[in-house]
Design a protein around this ligand. Structure first.
Ligand code: NAD
Ligand code: KPL
Length: 305
């Protein structure tokens, strides 16, 4: 089986992973959206990674999804709403026993991907690392963090897992990946939409802690109903700690809205509200928050799904 890391999406996280794996001498190939993006990438000559004062350049080979070589290992590093359509196009290239690592935030996109490729192994990841694009093909590693990886249906650690340690990508294999993803989703639901609606950085929510706590009570109910009691424990306290620790930062959803980009609301608050409805659970504040956010996004001309 080939040991090449194919990486779909040379955006913020995809580039961060690609550069670190390439630096460690691993075989990496980028999969770009189309011929036009490929030509632009080739003209740039590779990816540039900025880490504090260090700037490094990596001439990583790239292709489009129309190339022919089979893919054995694929890091899916696009946004949640792009993941399933991207994988549908790549499915014919996936080798028997192919493994996919899904970096998407939130929940729902992982199952959409798995439905496209029932014979591939889908490994879910939850990342607290931070990166952003300063320009095309130029990515800044902005926040140290951690990556948890796991497979909800198969606890065995993949053979390539040590590649991550070799590449200094902080990561741990966990059998509780769904708990991690649910907890992060709940944190994001309690913080991100309110920062958009109140037009503030995370610290601005210190003036709205009652509203945050009300949401945390409903989110904890939802987590318990979804079979995630551990993710529900101490949620309100952790949300308040995160608000304090990231007080000066703008949430990822706030930044998406600010830059006129589509948000991942469908896989965050949208997913939470759909899960509540499936369980017949009434969560009026969460529902109202979702509706207000959808209205706000529509008023800005942004997709609300
Ligand atoms: P991004 O928008 O910077 O990068 C996504 C890239 O995927 C873009 O370059 C886009 O052109 C590309 N893409 C989309 N469809 C494609 C296709 N069919 N073929 C090839 N390329 C395609 O996004 P990001 O910030 O790297 O986020 C990726 C995921 O990681 C999101 O779910 C996000 O929530 C999550 N995440 C990001 C960070 C971060 O710091 N950036 C941190 C934690 C989690
Ligand atoms: O993950 C986050 C985000 O902005 O997406 C934090 C900082 C935790 C806020 O929800």
């Amino acid at each position: 089986m080939s040991s090449t890391w194919h990486i779909l999406g040379a955006g913020s996280l995809g580039s961060l992973w690609a550069c670190r794996l390439a630096r460690a001498g691993k075989a990496v190939r980028l999969i770009l959206r189309d011929e036009q993006r490929l030509a632009a990438y080739q003209a740039a000559g590779g990816l540039t990674l900025l880490e504090q004062d260090l700037t490094s350049h990596y001439a990583i080979p790239a292709e489009t999804d129309q190339a022919h070589a089979p893919i054995h290992r694929l890091l899916v590093a696009c946004k949640a709403y792009d993941a399933a359509p991207a994988i549908a196009r790549l499915a014919p290239r996936l080798a028997a026993g192919a493994e996919l690592v899904l970096l998407q935030n939130g929940l729902g996109s992982q199952d959409e991907v798995a439905d496209q490729v029932p014979h591939a192994r889908c490994i879910f990841a939850s990342s607290t690392e931070g990166a952003f694009r300063e320009d095309d093909w130029r990515v800044r590693f902005a926040g140290q963090g951690f990556n948890w990886l796991g497979d909800p249906v198969n606890p065995s650690v993949p053979q390539w897992f040590d590649d991550l340690h070799d590449a200094a990508i902080p990561a741990e294999w966990t059998v509780d990946i769904l708990t991690r993803l649910w907890r992060k989703l709940a944190l994001n639901c309690a913080i991100n939409p309110l920062t958009v609606l109140h037009d503030c950085h995370n610290g601005g929510l210190l003036a709205h802690l009652e509203q945050v706590s009300t949401l945390c009570v409903e989110l904890a109910d939802l987590l318990r109903r979804c079979g995630q009691p551990e993710a529900a424990e101490g949620l309100d306290e952790q949300v308040q700690r995160v608000i304090l620790a990231t007080a000066a930062n703008y949430s990822s959803m706030y930044q998406d809205v600010r830059h006129g980009r589509r948000t991942e609301v469908h896989y965050l608050l949208g997913h939470a509200c759909r899960a509540a409805a499936r369980h017949g659970l009434e969560l009026p504040h969460l529902e109202q928050l979702h509706q207000r956010l959808v209205d706000n996004l529509k008023a800005r001309g942004l997709p609300s799904d």
